[in-house]
Design a protein around this ligand. Structure first.
Ligand SMILES: [Zn+2]
Length: 534
């Protein structure tokens, strides 16, 4: 093992020398911010932790050096109040009851209890299998038809029908939207079975995080999980336990979902019983906001918001292979460093865009987009003055960038802006090649979209079945949300440099538009736009 590690380390040194040779001073400065934010001293920047507070102070200090005005509540900081819940697993239990026989489920192994929603201390409820678990009348989809949902726990495969357009898969497949449908049908809880083919993180690794505290905004009006008394994630490798005696198997259901075919829905001949004990607390965390004031007397009161999340997963307890810090170098110190470098480049060039550009580093992304939800609902600048959001989360500069992956490309006329910017910088653009991963709703842009604000999010793109696709796949399987997302990994500084330039140019272009960005008429997300916001 040691030998392998040693060889890898020397390869990394060689790689970083090679990549440094092609780098600009700006790219080195970008990386220097990551060296601070992803250092062990920041202790993984967990939401509500002292490490996150230190990282927030660092971000504020760079904003100040870049000549940005403070735009928080106290200087650059907008405090965010949160409730925490931590599962006390030894005092909690989960079991299936079939024909009067109780079959306990092993927590951590068969299934995990999520306490992101407020769990009932104890629950006994019938199980229904709802296939994809969607009720979307406008698309003639009703997976609840003929089922008695009232008081039941709904079991679904975390997948969406391929017939739905990508953005709708993303929207309706999100946990919050699913819960709205279940609650409306009278269900009291959910069991989600991941599709092994689209699991970003293998069960053996994801289950390690189950004992960490989970969080919700203290502002109850922003709680999307109200009424969800039970939230379970089932290990897909053990999911047949749920189907025993039903005349169906999970394997059969999964094959239908993978084939893009309709999945049946039926009552399962079992009850679930749960006892859930949690430890509760309260914490405060920080959004950090700053503004480059626009030059046009009218448009300077409108804002293009550039966002990225500052928080990550904190400390590993117990340590994993002797490493106790989730450094989160790519997720998402890289995105914050991009914001800092954009601010610095705009400052150095003396740029004077017509509209103002707001830089917002948000907390609580890993806990469920909490900081951005709070900012978008309680912005420190007038909500109606926000004309667009451009979010950066884990843009993955792992190889040279030839193509830009744009989430939301065909949803608003920001698509034209990003196409023009990318072309000008010699880049191709692509829409999300894997909409079933729900990426358009899985980061902070979604908090802005829900407030009606046109948004884009970008990553370094790649074509399917290429060496680059394999590098990205491997990174996700091995380093995503692992302690190895640290400073010792090969990064392509030229790709980071170009990415920073893309977002800088895009921000200036949007800030200089004469009109406000608009959702496309055909866009599903147009429905969130409120009168007067576009
Ligand atoms: Zn993350």
């Amino acid at each position: 093992m040691r030998r392998v590690l040693f060889v890898t380390a020397s390869c990394l040194v060689a790689a970083s020398i090679l990549l440094a040779a092609q780098s600009t001073p700006g790219a080195k400065r970008w990386f220097s911010h990551i060296e601070v934010l992803a250092s062990d001293a920041m202790e993984g920047r967990d939401t509500g932790s002292p490490g996150h507070k230190r990282a927030a102070d660092y971000v504020a200090s760079v904003f100040q050096k870049a000549g940005l005005e403070p735009a928080g509540v106290n200087g650059y900081v907008q405090p965010v109040q949160l409730k925490t819940r931590r599962i006390l697993e030894a005092q909690s239990s989960l079991a299936l009851v079939r024909d009067g026989k109780t079959e306990p489920l092993t927590l951590g192994e068969d299934a995990n209890l999520s306490v992101r929603s407020e769990p009932a201390p104890s629950l006994d409820a019938p199980l229904v299998f709802v296939g994809y678990g969607l009720n979307v009348p406008e698309r003639q989809i009703n997976d609840f038809e003929g089922l008695s949902m009232r008081g039941a726990v709904a079991v679904h495969i975390a997948a969406t029908p391929a017939a739905l357009p990508g953005p709708l898969q993303a929207h309706f497949g999100s946990a919050g939207e699913r819960w709205k449908m279940y609650r409306a049908a009278g269900a009291v809880g959910t069991i989600s079975i991941a599709n092994p083919k689209s699991m970003d993180i293998p069960w053996a690794r994801s289950t390690l995080a189950r004992l960490h505290p989970q969080m919700a905004l203290a502002d109850a009006s922003l709680d999307d999980t109200a009424g969800q008394q039970l939230a379970v994630t089932m290990n897909p490798a053990h999911a047949e336990k749920l189907f025993a005696g039903s005349g169906h198997t999970f394997a059969e259901m999964l094959a239908l979902a993978d084939g893009g075919r309709p999945v049946p829905h039926f009552a399962l001949p079992a009850h679930i019983t749960a006892t859930v004990h949690v430890e509760r607390g309260e914490v405060e965390s920080q959004n950090v906001a700053a503004v480059l004031r626009g030059a046009d007397p009218q448009r300077r009161n409108e804002f293009v918001v550039l966002s990225a999340h500052l928080d990550h997963l904190g400390l590993a307890d117990p340590p994993i292979n002797g490493d106790r810090v989730y450094n989160g170098a790519m997720d998402n110190a890289s995105g914050i460093a991009a914001l800092l470098e954009i601010a610095t480049r705009l400052h150095e060039s003396g740029a004077k865009p017509a509209r103002s550009v707001a830089f917002v580093a948000v907390t609580g992304e890993e806990k469920g987009l909490l900081g951005s939800r709070y900012f978008a609902a309680h912005p420190t600048i007038a909500r109606s003055s926000i004309v667009a959001n451009v979010n950066t989360d884990m843009f993955l500069p792992l190889f040279a960038m030839k193509t830009l992956m744009v989430l939301g490309l065909d949803e608003s006329d920001l698509g034209q802006d990003i196409r023009a910017v990318a072309t000008g910088l010699g880049l191709g653009v692509q829409a999300d090649p894997e909409p079933q991963r729900n990426r358009f709703v899985r980061s902070d842009q979604y908090s802005f979209i829900r407030e009606g604000i046109p948004a884009l999010a970008m990553k370094v793109g790649y074509e399917p079945n290429t060496a680059e696709a394999e590098i990205a796949r491997k990174w996700t399987a091995e380093r995503y949300h692992a302690v190895s997302d640290d400073l010792a990994q090969p990064i392509d500084l030229s790709a980071a440099d170009k990415y920073v330039d893309v977002v800088r140019a895009l921000a200036v272009r949007i800030a200089n538009r004469t009109d406000r960005p608009k959702w496309n008429e055909s866009s599903f997300f147009k429905r969130f736009a409120k009168a007067g916001t576009e």
